[in-house]
Design a protein around this ligand. Structure first.
Ligand code: HEC
Length: 153
């Protein structure tokens, strides 16, 4: 370690300023648990389980879809890079995009429910339908979404 210098004092102040500026943004974090009014999927979907094994390659493909490839809009525009529901387009949305990092909310949603909403969208909200996505890609997205949830190993 170098001895304390003016330079490191400057960086400490810079760090403090950064924390103070960031704090108000942080206070607006999407709530957890988050209220859900999404329509319930039909029974034949609700009971579906992800047919793909939870392998890193599927999670990775899901991540690329969520961040870059999904058309018409990458999921991150609304759900955020970290999946916390705070993407750049989410600011004035009501209801807010789902916060995938909130275990209290996500643990109660079945694979089939996630699948059905991704495929069909949520009518009357900003959640678009990804009808054209092959089933396999939707299941990869679901593996990625689930990987953001810390209570499932
Ligand atoms: C234009 C904004 C937007 C984009 C893009 C978007 N979403 Fe959403 N999403 C939402 C909103 C808003 C909701 C909340 C809908 C509601 O409460 O009815 C939501 C809800 C969800 C849900 C919750 C389902 C439930 O029953 O709770 C899932 C899963 C989801 N989105 C997945 C995705 C995936 C995967 C993508 C990309 C392929 C995506 N979303 C892209 C806005 C968006």
């Amino acid at each position: 370690m170098k001895p304390y210098s003016n330079k490191s004092g400057f960086f400490h102040i810079l760090l403090l300023v950064a924390i103070v500026l960031y704090a108000p943004v942080n206070l607006q974090a999407t709530e957890c648990p988050q209220a859900r009014n999404t329509l319930k999927a039909p029974v034949e979907y609700l009971e579906k389980k992800n047919p793909l094994r939870k392998e890193p390659r599927h999670i990775k493909k899901g991540k690329v879809l969520a961040h870059i490839k999904a058309k018409p809009l990458a999921c991150k525009q609304c759900h955020g890079m970290a999946g916390n529901g705070e993407g750049p387009m989410s600011l004035r949305m009501n209801p807010k995009p789902r916060n995938f990092t909130c275990d209290l909310t996500m643990d109660g949603i079945s694979d089939g429910q996630l699948f059905w909403i991704i495929k069909n969208g949520s009518k009357g909200t900003s959640m678009p339908a990804y009808k054209h996505l092959p089933d396999k890609k939707i299941w990869q997205l679901i593996h990625y979404i689930r990987s953001l949830n810390s209570s499932i190993s």
